[in-house]
Every structure is written in C-alpha cells, then in structure tokens.
Design a protein around this ligand. Sequence first.
Ligand code: DX5
Ligand code: ZN
Length: 224
Amino acid sequence: MVEILPSILAADFARLGEEIARVERGGASMLHLDVMDGHFVPNLTIGPPVVKSIRKITKAILDVHLMIADPDRYAPIFIEAGADCVSVHQEACHHLDSTLRMIQSEGAQAGVVINPATPLSTLDEVLDLADYVLIMSVNPGFGGQQFLPNSLRKVRALDARRRQMNLNFHIEIDGGITMDNVSDAVRAGCDWIVAGTTIFHSEDPATAVRQMQHLAREATAIRA
Ligand code: DX5
Ligand code: ZN
C-alpha cells in the first residue's frame, strides 16, 4: 500500500499542532520530519525536543530523515524522542551496515538515503539489511525545489533489484513531488511518497493529502 508522507518542513511551525491535525484529517498516517545540521546540508531545522513534542500530539508513524554529519551519535536520541523510522545518508556514514543495525537495535526501522549524484550501486551491500531506501529527488537542504526526473530511473532500477533479490524493503522518494508527478513515482515503484510544499502550501492540506492518495491509488492499480 502506498503512503503519502507530509513533510512538516513546509508547515507553519508556529501552528505545527494544527498543521499536523489537518493532514491527519486528510488521511495521513505517516509524517516526514527533516533534521538538518548546517554541515551535511546548508540549512538548519529541528532537533529531538521538537520530535518529542510531536510524538505527544499524534499517533502517526514518525519518519525522521537525518541530514546530519554524525548520524551515529544522534539517531538513538531521535529514537528516544519518539521516531519510529530513522533514515541516514549513505554519504554521511563511515560504516553504513553498523549504523543501520544500530538503528534497528534501538527499536526503529532503519532507512538509507542517497543523494541525486550518488549511484545506486553504493547500496549493494546493505539492501538486505535496510527496512527502506530513500531516493532523493532533489539535493537535500530545502523544500520547494524542482523534481529531478533522473531519480525515477533509480527507483525503477531499485524496484527491479528488489524483485530480483526477493527483498521487501520500502522505496521512498523525497523532493519536488507534485500532483503532476506522484503517479509517475508510484508507477516507478515508490511505496512512500514525501510531499511538503504541495501539501502544506495548498489551500487545504487535508484535501491535498486525499487528492494525492487518490492519484497514488489509481497508479498502484496500473502498477499491479
Ligand atoms: C529536502 C527535504 C524534503 C523536503 C521536501 O531536503 O528532505 O523532505 O521537505 O519538500 P518539497 O516536497 O517541498 O520538495
Ligand atoms: Zn526529507
């Protein structure tokens, strides 16, 4: 089943509780939380206290995307704060397999992320370990960027590899997702679709989630 994950990066942080309630009313059962440290990416966002506050107001699955230089040090702190899924960048990890195992042993699902310029082959040795793989469809750091179409080529190749190896990790995509390309992403093989601007900058975020879910479901029917 395909999930739409609203990215709170595009929400109004002064009214975060209301914003989250809106997308939940639209049917979102997973939320995407972007953590940036000003080193790995040129932007700063939220830390564990914000995740902890969000944990208190929602039952949604919290997917924490770590865009930070030292994921080994901070992943356990985010899990303690309430993260259900934690993804780390291949580019930031020295011992990727150990980091993924550590996240799992701390009780969360472990995801691995690759930037647009990072080849899929860098994940060959961890595909049997990861709970999910996140393909970035923009360079990480900011919301509201233009979708990079090459990412779909990677998703297709990853989906083929998943079948070939008989694995069942989820494929997530993040960056520049709109009502116009969500179906392409699903048809390419994505299961988890992150969308920030398209949802929170729309007139009614609940309707935007519903509309995106509808498009995703229609595309799944074609995929199957
Ligand atoms: C970008 C973040 C994304 C971002 C997506 O670095 O990882 O999750 O919030 O935002 P949109 O959907 O606006 O591209
Ligand atoms: Zn993200």
